[in-house]
Design a protein around this ligand. Structure first.
Ligand code: HEM
Length: 117
């Protein structure tokens, strides 16, 4: 079971790379107002959701404690991220506000996941 959980943590991290990487590579274009939500960001956010839910189930099946408050907050932030990226996925230019919000919420989730032990 440990190997399976670790595989899903790895997939979870690949999801972060896709979501945050998509944001970081667009930061320069944000200044000129041409930043957009790329498919990598949407697929990364979806990967986070699927692998995160799988991790909750796997940890519970393995009788490991899951911090429900922490996971609930991460899920709530990811729902906002997903909603923004999904709704604006076809827009060729996204305003600074929602774009920064997605980057900031993703970073916040990383800190919640790692600092809240
Ligand atoms: C942008 C959104 C998210 C980010 C950046 C994120 C980040 C992370 C990171 C860095 C880890 C590894 C931490 C460690 O093993 O010490 C982790 C683990 C985990 N994540 Fe996420 N996560 C996100 C969303 C979610 C969601 C939506 C769920 C559940 C529905 C979830 C459930 C879990 C679980 C169960 C673990 C393993 C147990 C734990 O360390 O708490 N994550 N996450």
């Amino acid at each position: 079971m440990d190997v399976l959980i670790n595989v899903f943590v790895a997939l979870h991290i690949i999801g972060i790379a896709s979501l945050l990487g998509g944001f970081l590579t667009q930061m320069k274009t944000m200044g000129s107002g041409t930043a957009r939500f790329t498919p990598a960001m949407l697929h990364g956010a979806l990967t986070m959701l699927v692998t995160g839910m799988a991790l909750v189930g796997l940890n519970q099946a393995d009788d490991q404690t899951v911090n429900n408050v922490k996971i609930g907050i991460k899920l709530a932030l990811l729902v906002v991220i997903l909603a923004l990226v999904y709704v604006k996925r076809d827009e060729e230019k996204v305003d600074k506000g929602p774009f920064i919000a997605v980057g900031a919420l993703t970073a916040a989730n990383i800190f919640i996941a790692t600092v809240w032990t």
